[in-house]
Design a binder for this molecule. Structure first.
Ligand SMILES: Nc1ncnc2c1ncn2[C@@H]1O[C@H](COP(=O)(O)OP(=O)(O)OP(=O)(O)O)[C@@H](O)[C@H]1O
Ligand SMILES: [Mg+2]
Length: 594
């Protein structure tokens, strides 16, 4: 399911609604056989429904009017056969079409999810997670109902509309013309309202997504909300979001209701006039009662078809909006991609180099986070990066993992520019313990094995022991099988940190990146984890971001960073002698720790 219709000139904004739906074709085409079967069943049932009209005519004219029981039985038999055919055809049609709806919407869900995973981090700074979730759930569900019923309803009713109309013309031209005259009067307002419904539907969907995002954030930060006693303000703010969504929904509902009543009024007025004219003709003996009955039956079929189409049309408009959003998402291009020809990194410890790297985050283009940053790290070296908050230390790690590309300069590992590597290959060589420990809502096994899904139980135990996590994991209610809660809420900050260290250890990377990896640990645990980390650093290149001196003392070299630049480097004593900033940082720290 990897077709992502990446139409380069995809400025779908001004395409007509129904054309937007055509973009679903690549997702439907793998199931041609099912579609074919469904269309056959659809044509069959539409044909049978039309034949029903003839059944009624025969029943009335030959059975009732002729008062002949034998003919009546025949007519009944004919009706029975038709009914059974209709039931069989409907079963097949319904099954196939619903199957298609479920299958295709799931495929789209998969394609969207798969595509999201390839997108660069900046995309997620611009698009809130709630909106992306809404596309994956609400929008795809909408498409499911469209493909699984509305399209088929529209097709079926279009067929009965055309067929019914033809039968009306054949059965009685004069009456048919009366009905035909009213058709444009019905169609025109339908198209007009349909357009409005579509734009309102997009707004409506967006506001619902906003409500979801808002609630998600509050639930995630519930302790902050309660701790700052902001419940009533949050309730009020949420109420406003909900009302906004309701206001838009109200406008949409109004348009749709208008659409429906206009269509209904026009249709039933037309029917009544026609009945009146028809009944007069029967009285005057111009047509038979059976003919009029058949005609009324066809007229009702046609009217119902029009009513259904007008209703389904609104649905289709909504689906066009959903399709547009999903296709927008699918066509957003990942900014970080593997080059056409990739190189591969050698094994073992690797040297790395930043050459005059300047970088500003896309969301703050005027403020450089890194400013002509230039340094080299030898293979197997352990280097500490220190510096005040906001200096750009974490940004260095983000660049190394190629979450962003620098605006100037380049970064290379083992003399290969990282832009010439497949990002996945690059990241497989990096072991990162991030500043904020990130755990998944699962058990300890899953969270540590995230570093290497193929690791044996013994390897997981070993990594946990090295990270000094084994003792506390054993003490959890279900040991390694303990569920850690959403984002690991059931662990302390230091425990979470040790699990992420174990995860990085299990990955056995050539380059180890530790971002304040031991900041949440007490002195004793820190000493233990540090000792384990030192063992782990053997034979790897290691970059450690640290505030605490204890952690930087054993580095081969210290880089002092400030405002995106390296302003001094050397051993601890050398920096103490040469750098005021370093002296200040150290002094504060010692005062703090005493
Ligand atoms: N995703 C982002 N979008 C925009 N600006 C960012 C982003 N992440 C960081 N910054 C900015 O870039 C600068 C460097 O941030 P960075 O996270 O690298 O600092 P740091 O040295 O790791 O600080 P700390 O010691 O507090 O972790 C800061 O001014 C920060 O506000
Ligand atoms: Mg940081």
């Amino acid at each position: 399911m990897n077709q992502s219709p990446n139409d380069p000139q995809n400025s779908s904004k001004d395409k007509a609604g129904m054309q937007l739906l055509l973009q679903l074709l690549p997702f439907i085409s793998p199931y041609r056989k099912m579609v074919f079967g469904a269309v056959i069943a659809l044509i069959f049932t539409a044909g049978v429904s039309l034949a029903l009209g003839q059944g009624i005519r025969i029943l009335i004219d030959q059975g009732f009017s002729a008062a002949d029981p034998a003919l009546l039985n025949q007519a009944m038999l004919f009706l029975g056969v038709i009914t059974l055919s209709l039931a069989g055809g409907t079963f097949i049609r319904f099954y196939l079409v619903s199957w298609l709806g479920e299958r295709v919407s799931n495929d789209i869900r998969m394609a969207v999810f798969k595509h999201i995973l390839t997108l660069h981090p900046h995309y997620f700074e611009e698009n809130r997670s709630g909106e992306i979730n809404a596309r994956l759930t609400t929008d795809t569900t909408l498409l499911q109902s469209i493909i699984g019923s509305s399209i088929s309803m529209a097709l079926r009713n279009s067929l009965t509309f055309i067929g019914g109309l033809a039968m009306m013309l054949i059965t009685n031209l004069k009456l048919a013309l009366i009905v035909l005259a009213s058709v444009p009067v019905i169609i025109v307002p339908m198209l007009m309202y349909g357009r409005r419904v579509r734009s309102l539907s997009r707004q409506s969907q967006d506001t619902v997504a906003e409500v979801g995002t808002y609630a998600g954030e509050i639930v995630q930060n519930i302790k902050v909300v309660q701790g700052f006693t902001r419940e009533s303000e949050e309730t009020q703010a949420f109420g406003e979001e909900v009302e906004k969504a309701f206001t838009v929904a109200k406008r949409r509902i109004l348009q749709r209701s208008l659409l429906i009543i206009v269509a209904m009024t026009l249709v039933f007025s037309g029917l009544s006039i026609m009945l009146w004219v028809g009944a007069k003709d029967v009285i005057q003996g111009v047509i038979t009662a059976g003919e009029l009955s058949a005609f009324v039956f066809y007229a009702i079929l046609v009217a119902m078809a029009v009513a259904t189409i007008s209703e389904v049309y609104g649905e289709l408009q909504r689906a066009a909006g959903a399709t547009e959003r999903l296709m927008d998402l699918l066509s957003s291009k990942p900014q970080i991609k593997a080059p056409a020809e990739t190189q591969s990194l050698p094994n073992g410890a690797l040297p790395l180099r930043f050459s005059d790297v300047s970088f500003a985050y896309p969301s703050r283009p005027d403020e450089s986070a890194l400013d002509k940053l230039d340094f080299t790290i030898a293979a197997g070296e352990t280097v500490a990066i220190v510096g005040p908050s906001g200096a750009g230390k974490t940004t260095v790690f983000e660049m190394l993992q190629r979450f962003y590309d620098p605006q100037q300069g380049h970064i290379s590992i083992a003399d290969i520019p990282i832009t010439e590597l497949d990002p996945q290959h690059l990241r497989r060589h990096l072991g990162v313990v991030p500043q904020q420990s990130t755990l998944f809502s699962s058990d300890v096994w899953h969270n540590i094995r995230y570093g290497n899904p193929k690791a044996t139980d013994d390897q997981v135990y070993l990594a946990a022991q090295q990270a000094n996590a084994h003792p506390f994991i054993e003490a959890l209610p279900a040991g390694y099988n303990s569920y850690l809660g959403e984002q690991g809420v059931r662990l302390s900050g230091g425990q979470r940190q040790r699990i992420t260290i174990a995860r990085a250890m299990l990955k056995n990377p050539s380059i180890l990146l530790l971002d304040e990896a031991t900041s949440a640990l007490d002195a004793e645990s820190e000493a233990k984890v540090t000792a384990a980390l030192q063992a782990l650093m053997q034979g790897r290149t290691t970059l450690i971001i640290a505030h605490r001196l204890a952690t930087v003392m054993y580095a081969d070299r210290i880089l002092l960073m400030d405002k995106g630049k390296i302003i001094a480097q050397g051993k601890h004593e050398e920096l103490l002698a040469s750098s005021d900033l370093y002296q200040r940082l150290c002094k504060l720290q010692f005062d703090h720790e005493n």
